[in-house]
Design a protein around this ligand. Structure first.
Ligand SMILES: Nc1ncnc2c1ncn2[C@@H]1O[C@H](COP(=O)(O)OP(=O)(O)OP(=O)(O)O)[C@@H](O)[C@H]1O
Length: 274
């Protein structure tokens, strides 16, 4: 279980996260959602001890994450961060092999088991055929799948993912989140796509301006009044084949108020909907 309690985080003299709490029980997939700049990445980075909170505490099975160092932390928490550019001349297989580092003794060579774990992880994300390619030459979506494979090879029991579906085509967006749910590990995942969040997360935490504005089961969080207030967009929840889906439509009045130059173009239809 990973838990954050009353966490506040800031940059310089600006507080960006203000008293936020989140708990992910074993096997849960908790979705962290919220508008641009609401603090999702900052909060996630604090959960894996990349940032130090100004107040509050993050614990892993009741032990402060700040006390865990290097391999000890990496054996417990794997991270898929937002894409960081890498021009290193490494192959995809080498990139995924890095995920095995916490499992090996200092200076020891990688074992056959390590290479098997790499092959298995690449297969699970549909990227086995890329193993010998140079990582730097992959497309954005291919890179994203490789970074997820590295996380799987790491075999940590907690996974924190920051917009992992970025760059992925629609099939892999669904496959990745379904896979995360089936891993049986404890996950916290930052998502912008609320339909994916509703479908694949067991619970959601909605941030706005660094504070939690709603938390609970997806259907309790993504209500029309809450999403209208936070995102300034109209939303209609519908049920399709037993799954909650959100249908969005722009709140034109809100746009006009905030951007007086946002006039509709007379010659082009603004929407294909009637
Ligand atoms: N290193 C930094 N130094 C100063 N301010 C920062 C830094 N990183 C983020 N911020 C600011 O903190 C706030 C929250 O940013 P953060 O990236 O956590 O939001 P987010 O919800 O993940 O946004 P997005 O959905 O756009 O990715 C923003 O106002 C951002 O400009």
């Amino acid at each position: 279980m990973i838990a954050a309690t009353d966490v506040s985080v800031g940059y310089d003299d600006t507080l960006v996260i203000d008293g936020v709490g989140l708990q992910a029980a074993p096997g849960e997939v908790v979705g962290l959602i919220g508008p641009n700049g609401s603090g999702k990445t900052t909060f996630l980075r604090t959960m894996y001890a990349a940032l130090r909170p100004r107040a509050g505490l993050v614990t892993l099975d009741d032990r402060p994450v700040a006390e865990l160092r290097g391999p000890d932390l990496a054996r417990r928490i794997a991270v898929v961060a937002q894409e960081t550019p890498s021009d290193l001349p490494v192959t995809v297989a080498d990139m995924v092999l890095l995920g095995r580092a916490p499992h090996r003794r200092a200076l020891a060579a990688f074992t056959r088991d390590d290479h098997r774990a790499v092959a298995s992880a690449l297969t699970r994300v549909g990227a086995r055929h890329l193993a010998e390619r140079r990582y730097a030459t992959l497309s954005g979506g291919e890179k994203q799948r490789v970074l997820v494979a590295r996380t799987l090879a790491q075999q940590a029991d907690h996974i924190l993912l920051d917009e992992p579906t970025n760059h992925l085509d629609i099939r892999y967006q669904h496959e990745l989140l379904r896979m995360v749910g089936r891993l049986g590990v404890t996950s916290v995942v930052v998502l912008h796509d609320l339909n994916l969040a509703v479908r694949y997360c067991t619970r959601l935490v909605l941030l706005d301006h660094g504070r939690v504005v709603a938390t609970g089961a997806p259907e309790e969080v993504v209500t029309s009044p809450v999403l209208s207030a936070v995102y300034g967009i109209h939303v209609e929840p519908v049920t399709v084949d037993g799954c909650l889906q959100l249908v969005f439509s722009p709140a034109d009045e809100a746009l006009a108020e905030t951007d007086p130059e946002n006039e509709p173009v007379a010659t082009a239809p603004a929407t294909r909907c009637r």
